[in-house]
Ligand binder design. Structure first.
Ligand SMILES: Cc1cc2nc3c(=O)[nH]c(=O)nc-3n(C[C@H](O)[C@H](O)[C@H](O)COP(=O)(O)O)c2cc1C
Length: 222
């Protein structure tokens, strides 16, 4: 049985969500320090080296790298932290002022928070605890991570794109999903940002291995 919105988790896997795309959805494009967007200030270090291949040793090179991400359930956070480790970069967690509970995220419930926000776009304007680390100006490469929600970027990342100046920055979107591809979400976020050199993005599965992430990072041409 499907909900009013017409999707189940199995649809993500089987690709039935192509039907939903017709409703105007699109899919994802794709030893520093971590800051959570809680207004606390300084970035936070990806200092734990356990399990790191440092496959892209010094891949950040002379670049100052920030890996910013929104993650409701932890999958994107894990990928973000691995990218930061590989790039010797900092992380910044984009945190909604009102966090999403498990019930909020239940897209099988027509009355859940995400379902209501999906059905009424005016509800997708999600205030953030902070929109950037204090050291924003220092970064010249910014990775932007988010989950796919209904074939597009999860809307809590939107204010990170709209409220920051990306001029002179190289921006690399990445996302996690059950099955949806890279699609247009990176370009959609670039349009929201209105500045910056936005690159093609990368999609990772929920359970992407560190090796998958390392390989992608190694291939980046920065
Ligand atoms: C509201 C909602 C909508 C989703 N829509 C899709 C989708 O369209 N396609 C897909 O493959 N996965 C979809 N997913 C699954 C998430 O993209 C996936 O679990 C992602 O890895 C979650 O990242 P996070 O743990 O960082 O929040 C959806 C999940 C939620 C909560």
């Amino acid at each position: 049985m499907k909900n009013q919105i017409g999707i189940t988790r199995r649809d993500f896997v089987t690709g039935t969500l192509a039907l939903v795309a017709g409703l105007g959805l699109s899919a994802c494009a794709s030893g520093g320090s971590t800051q959570t967007g809680d207004g606390s200030g300084s970035p936070q270090s990806a200092a734990d080296d356990s399990g790191s291949s440092r496959g892209a040793e010094g891949h950040g090179g002379s670049h100052k790298v920030l890996v910013a991400y929104f993650s409701a359930q932890g999958h994107t956070k894990r990928v973000a932290e691995r990218i930061a480790k590989d790039m010797d970069g900092d992380t910044f967690e984009v945190v909604p002022e009102q966090a999403y509970s498990d019930d909020d995220l239940d897209y099988n419930d027509d009355n859940s928070r995400v379902s209501k926000e999906y059905q009424d776009t005016s509800l997708r304007d999600i205030p953030l605890s902070a929109t950037a680390p204090d050291s924003w100006a220092d970064y010249d490469v910014v990775f932007v991570g988010y989950p796919i929600w209904w074939y597009d970027y999860a809307w809590p990342i939107r204010h990170f794109a709209s409220d920051n100046d990306f001029a002179s920055k190289t921006v690399i979107p990445f996302c996690t999903s059950v099955s949806s591809g890279i699609g247009g979400s990176g370009k959609n976020l670039a349009a929201v940002a209105g500045s910056g050199d936005w690159q093609a993005g990368q999609r990772f599965g929920e359970d992407a291995s560190n090796g998958d992430i390392d390989s992608w990072v190694k291939e980046l041409d920065l």
